[in-house]
Design a protein. Sequence first.
Length: 171
Amino acid sequence: MGNTKRQRKKYETPRFYLSRPELDNELKLLGDYGLRNKRELRRHHSMLSKYRTLARKLLARTPEERHMLEKQILSKLIFLKVIAENSNLDNVLSSSIENILDRRLQTQVFKKGLSKTLPQARQLITHGHIIIRGKKVTSPSYLVTSEEEQNIKCTIPIMVEDKSTSEGGNA
């Protein structure tokens, strides 16, 4: 269980964190997906890294030994829609961080049109205005499963401006 007052890190820092291309790539991902800080990005990157490590270890085993574990890993990633339905372990190795960041609740709320911007999507989620299957979810980094994707709803109406009336059309 551990000490509740001192939580452990859920991510690993990059080996060469001062390399310019790595920093530029991280900043681009932060902006594209509306992440608050690099800690969120690194947590998802560590999760992907663990799945890829498991896939590499399973590929080294014989087909009889790896059958059960391979099925579990693939079903979990297919359930999260990180990889396609008819994927294999090679597809797990070729998956990228963008595949996981697309499955975050914040990104899904924005893509469904429930918010105008990614920061607004984050605000709606943290304020408790987004529900999934009737339950309030207040974590923007929640990974949405394939079944939950259709059940994302907003409890307050979002006013979308009509551009034809706001462009000076005095009637």
